[in-house]
Ligand binder design. Sequence first.
Ligand code: NAD
Length: 366
Amino acid sequence: LTVGVVREETPGERRVALVPGAVSRLPTGVVVQSGAGAGAWFDDDAYAQAGARLASRAEVLATADVIVCVHPPEDALRAGQALVGLLQPQRRPDAVAAWAAAGVTAISLDRLPRTLSRAQAMDALTSQASVAGYKAALVAATAYGGFFPLLTTAAGTIRPAGVLVLGTGVAGLQAIGTARRLGAVVSAYDVRPQARGEVESLGARFVDLPGAASGSGDGGYARALTEEEGRAQQAALAEHIARADVVITTAQVPGGRPPVLVTEDTVKLMRAGAVVVDLAAGPLGGNVAGSVPDTTVVTDNGVTVIGAGNLPATMAPAASTAYSRNITAVLAHLVRDGALSLDLTDEITSALVVTHDGVTHDGGAR
Ligand code: NAD
């Protein structure tokens, strides 16, 4: 069995699906497109030293039995070939149809049943969200004109920044931890009441919204709130947002648009110099009204609103190293005696497989 690594072609993407350190952990041959790791500072020599063969893209695509990727390549794949990555099949119906028609086995890490403890090592959504949450706190600290920590100086005491984190899943918790390590006073809110314990264990204060709806959904995720519940939540959050120096938002609901937590009117209540980082900003909108990925806007009242883009790509070495561990764990789960062996009665495998033998599977998780 040969595993192939191609260079990511999505604009701005610097990650690579397999780092040199992971090559030797695979019980298979590995063929790597020359330059595939360059964006993450892994050069061809490092792959060669780890035992991989360097080749052209065309050769990788022609010889590999399993192509590993972050984003799916647009290249045509052949019957019997497998593709493993964050394929986001729900956003790519045409690609899914093409893989099925071509007899490609498409395996998507974003369909992993994340609450299974034996799936944790494969959890690329968690590893990449952790990177994003960490970096979001640093992006906020850089854009903010004050100190995060309390500083006692000869000329007086400087108060610490007040950071509010909205949405405390994997990314939000990492943002809390990072802002706390920088010395900020952190408070946080999540619509899932179970989040309180995790927030408090990181030394942040959990914001109570009296009368707000509880939004626990299936599989540990949040449910989408009704319009009325959403409006009540926005109103209740406004006073907390207005008091914050920095707001970091990370709220998502599976398969839906991210909820708007910070309205245009709420941004108007914030003070000049405040910073908002919207990690949920994406093609479907974000948690902050009007935020756009990779775009920073300074409002008329002096609030810097940053639509975060692909933050894991800005930490490509670390993000790729973590992602590689997830990829090698998935391959360890799927490869038996040197061949890909898909047991579709296994809970993890059946969730991950999107297309196989011409059939499209709708999976279980998200
Ligand atoms: P996510 O990216 O889907 O959402 C981020 C956060 O936004 C979630 O905490 C969600 O509750 C919150 N949110 C959604 N709507 C909101 C609203 N209107 N207001 C405020 N907050 C809102 O979440 P995630 O980071 O992928 O994690 C989701 C869940 O999966 C969490 O319960 C997490 O603990 C769990 N998880 C479990 C494991 C595991 O057991 N191994 C691994 C990873 C994640």
